[in-house]
Design a protein around this ligand. Structure first.
Ligand code: MN
Ligand code: MN
Length: 458
């Protein structure tokens, strides 16, 4: 057990350590304020990686020990590698996290007008309590791709002087019937329609407000209505993440599941400048909808990417690829449910994650008898405990709630298919999947230290 583990991590910090915790959290707060889609996260991490000397693997003919490279998968998933001194076939040390978050996606045919109000129809992405997403300022982030191949980035609703959009909710005065409904049906999925505009275009007879919206979009983004069909536009909470609690010990912000693990993993890889076995940070898309699609963890892009790497390192064989994957060790990082005194009954107190107790490890996830869980090997977790104790990292173990209360999945079991050692780890979050999620700055910092210890010792 590390010294920090004997009490709340905050009590173990010196003044300068507290300063380091706050400073690290500030970098993170800015990251999640500016990056609210998987594409924005990938672009931002690549920008920082390049500034630190990382190069695009696809533009390199050979790769050697000491090199830092990245592999950009369609702009929505990313693998960063610090090439070690040992052959790749001896395995890698992988930090994995996901960069997609629950949100409302615009439908392919989203724009319509009703009683001189223009609205966007949406389809929610990931698991959301729909009633949480109404009556608050929202922004639109994404891209519109035109038939000539031009990719037009869109961000509406983030700058101080920019308008926001939002979804209306029924006034309490007329909600007598609505309030009798079950929470799951108070707001129906098909009613998550975003209010976009209300000024009619004077030259139009029919759907004049919609026509005005199309005019504005044409002027700003050069797009036509049909271009919505080849767009990825995500409606997300507008505004920056903020310090939370009057002691500023926490952060409230959108998309902390799982960008809190993605940011800390990438920072740890950036700061691990020397390594024996190759160190990897893997940031994937689509976890919230089952890790599907070409940029999700079920896709073989990572395996392909390791094959590309081997080819550039003179180890090109199917066997070397198999060995590189099977001999690897991975922290599959995703957020854990932070114990919430307001909802104590769903937790089992001995096996819950707490704010201020550090990086969380889940030997297993799943639900209904560990179903679908990776269930990590104790030998692997013991080696991790040793590494964390050596570097005095605060850490804890937890399950996602009481047995048979619910459960969740991550990407761990998918990577375990290669026969590698994988364990779930991450940061405790309150309000998970709500528009505004909460984390502890001590846990964010300890996650970073824990990832660094993993890269140095495993
Ligand atoms: Mn999630
Ligand atoms: Mn997650």
């Amino acid at each position: 057990m590390s010294e920090k583990n004997k009490k709340n991590a905050w009590l173990s910090y010196s003044e300068s350590e507290t300063e380091a915790v706050m400073q690290f959290a500030e970098g993170y707060r800015q990251f999640i304020s500016e990056n609210k889609t998987e594409r924005e996260c990938v672009a931002s991490v690549i920008k920082k990686a390049e500034s630190l000397g990382f190069r695009n693997l696809c533009e390199m003919d050979c790769v050697k020990a000491g090199d830092a490279v990245y592999y950009n998968m369609m702009g929505k998933a990313l693998a960063l590698f610090r090439i070690g001194t040992k052959p790749l076939s001896e395995g890698m040390k992988i930090l994995g996290a996901h960069i997609d978050s629950p949100r409302l996606d615009l439908k392919q045919n989203p724009l319509y007008e009703d009683t001189e109000i223009a609205l966007f129809d949406t389809h929610y992405y990931g698991g959301v309590k729909k009633y949480q997403w109404v009556a608050q300022p929202m922004a639109i982030h994404g891209v519109v791709v035109k038939t000539d191949g031009t990719v037009v980035p869109v961000v509406i609703g983030e700058a101080e002087d920019e308008p926001v959009v939002g979804i209306s909710d029924l006034l309490i005065h007329l909600a007598a019937d609505q309030l009798q409904k079950k929470a799951a049906n108070v707001i129906e999925g098909e009613d998550l329609n975003v209010t976009v505009a209300s000024i009619p275009l004077s030259t139009e007879e029919k759907d004049a407000v919609k026509a005005n919206v199309l005019k504005i979009l044409k002027e700003r983004y050069g797009m036509e209505e049909e271009d919505f069909s080849s767009a990825e536009l995500e409606v997300v909470p507008a505004g920056k993440a903020k310090n939370y609690g009057i002691d500023t010990s926490m952060i409230i912000g959108y998309g902390q599941d799982d960008r809190v693990c993605a940011y800390t993993s990438a920072e740890a890889l950036f700061d691990c400048t020397q390594t024996d076995r190759t160190a990897v940070c893997l940031l994937v898309d689509k976890e919230e909808i089952g890790s599907v699609g070409a940029t999700g963890m079920h896709s073989r892009f990572f395996e392909n990417c390791v094959a590309e790497l081997l080819a550039r390192m003179g180890e090109e064989s199917e066997l070397a690829l198999r060995r590189a994957l099977q001999n690897s060790h991975m922290l599959s990082s995703d957020v854990s449910a932070a114990f919430d005194p307001n909802y104590a009954s769903v937790f089992e107190k001995k096996n819950a994650a707490y704010f201020g107790k550090g990086l969380v490890f889940n030997k297993y996830t799943g639900s209904r008898g560990k179903s679908g869980s990776n269930d990590a090997n104790p030998e692997f977790y013991a080696a991790i405990r040793r590494a964390l104790d050596l570097h005095n990292v605060a850490y804890q173990t937890a399950e996602l709630g009481k047995v048979d209360q619910g459960g969740g999945g991550t990407i761990a079991y998918i990577m375990a298919n290669y026969g590698m050692n994988v364990i779930d780890s991450g940061v405790a979050v309150q309000n998970m999947h709500a528009p505004w999620e909460v984390t502890s700055k001590a846990d964010i910092y300890e996650a970073y230290l824990g990832y660094l210890a993993f890269l140095r010792e495993i």
